[in-house]
Design a protein. Structure first.
Length: 400
């Protein structure tokens, strides 16, 4: 006689989908932050279609600042005719966002905040390598964008700084606002940073209608000195060693002109003054305040809540190097992931950061498209494909 067997209940294993937060910066010269995020999500779903991917493309104030905020906040985009660093016509836009504030009587007061991206008029990407002339490049186009924001009725203007081709301490921007730097004879100076060595004052008060100014920047460099705008960022804009010395002296002199005109002391050494070729210093002279670009963007789009709900974070940028860990997108995201005990993976075009340095910032793993393809040429030619393939491989490792 067979022994009776008690049927055992069937046990099913349920695997919860992984929630992946994808929040990259742009890959400069190839893909926008939105395109990077989309490619990573597509590659992930090729391997793990049931997982949830949350896309939050980011900017630290440089190229893509207005696009990222416009996608997250809505608002109205105001087209503006402006000029590039060489004075050639180009198009930009101002993002206008209405913020309703409750009053005692229950009514709503409309407050307009304008978001302006300096790179739309001053961006290095607007020039070919042969066109880069850091001595003469001007921020005049940014002044036109800022003037349009003021005329729109905005009470506060947030200026994203980064990725610029200029080194004129905002002199061109001031000229567009009616406050051109002048020489001892009262004549307006030519555009660019080099002529500022002869500046003695400003032609008039800038036309700003008492708007509040905010500089959203990815760097904390001062205006002048060894860590200033000319020394650190001048060479990547085409400056020779002689140019750097000339421009640093010119900006040091012009800082004194701005201090006298606006009564702001220590303008040469204030953190963030060296942002975007010294535009940060001009905004500080105008009474503006400097904030972290990545901190501002993550706060506006609610990224903290998304980090709280994530299982894995993927971020990245075109070049992951020593500058990436100084206030840029990757640093901000990695720190937020580290504080929550979340794994953080960086996908970059190239990786020039050491393992220990990256790990200390909160980065778990790093992947580079150049290593994936085996050549820089293919990485630049097919970045979206590389992102999809790397993300598909990542999903095989991290998905449940």
């Amino acid at each position: 006689m067979r022994p009776s067997v008690t049927p055992q209940p069937v046990r099913y294993l349920y695997f919860h989908p992984v929630r992946v937060l994808i929040c990259p910066d742009k890959f400069a010269g190839t893909l926008t932050a939105s395109q990077v995020a989309a490619a990573v999500a597509e590659g992930w779903h090729e391997t793990a279609p049931r997982d949830e991917t949350v896309l939050r493309p980011l900017s630290d104030g440089g190229p893509g600042f207005v696009d990222v905020l416009g996608s997250a906040l809505g608002g109205r985009r105001l087209p503006v005719d402006t000029v590039d660093p060489l004075g050639r016509p180009t198009r930009g836009e101002v993002l206008l966002v209405d913020d309703a504030e409750p009053t005692r009587g229950g009514r709503q007061n409309a407050k307009i905040t304008a978001y302006v991206e300096s790179a739309q008029a001053c961006g290095l990407h607007l020039l070919s390598k042969a066109e880069r002339d850091v001595n003469a490049a001007t921020s005049y186009g940014l002044g036109l964008l800022l003037a349009a924001a003021v005329e729109s009725g905005a009470g506060e203007v947030v200026v994203g700084l980064g990725g610029s081709a200029v080194n004129d301490a905002g002199a061109g921007m001031l000229a567009a606002l009616g406050a051109a730097p002048v020489d001892v004879s009262g004549y307006a100076l030519p555009y660019g940073g080099a002529p500022l060595i002869t500046a003695t004052g400003l032609a008039a008060e800038p036309r700003l209608r008492r708007v509040r100014l905010v500089a959203a920047t990815d760097v904390d460099n001062p205006l002048v000195g060894l860590h200033g705008a000319s020394n650190v960022y001048g060479p990547q804009k085409g400056a020779t060693r002689e140019d750097v010395l000339r421009l640093d002296a010119a900006l040091d002199h012009f800082a004194g002109v701005l201090e006298q005109a606006f009564g702001v002391p220590d303008l040469r050494t204030l953190p963030g003054g060296g942002a975007a070729g010294g535009i940060g210093a001009a905004l500080l002279a105008l009474g503006g305040r400097v904030v972290s670009g990545i901190g501002l963007v993550t706060g506006l789009i609610g990224l903290e809540e998304q980090l709280d709900a994530a299982d894995l974070v993927i971020t990245g940028e075109g070049s992951f190097d020593h500058q990436s860990l100084r206030g840029k997108v990757v640093a901000g995201i990695a720190h937020g992931a580290r504080d929550r005990g979340l794994p953080c993976v960086v996908i970059a075009g190239r990786n020039e950061t050491g393992y220990r340095e990256a790990a200390a910032a909160g980065v778990t793993e790093t992947y580079a498209l150049i290593e994936h393809f085996g050549s820089e040429e293919r990485a630049l030619a097919e970045p979206a494909r590389g992102l999809r393939e790397v993300a598909a491989r990542l999903a095989g490792q991290w998905s449940r």
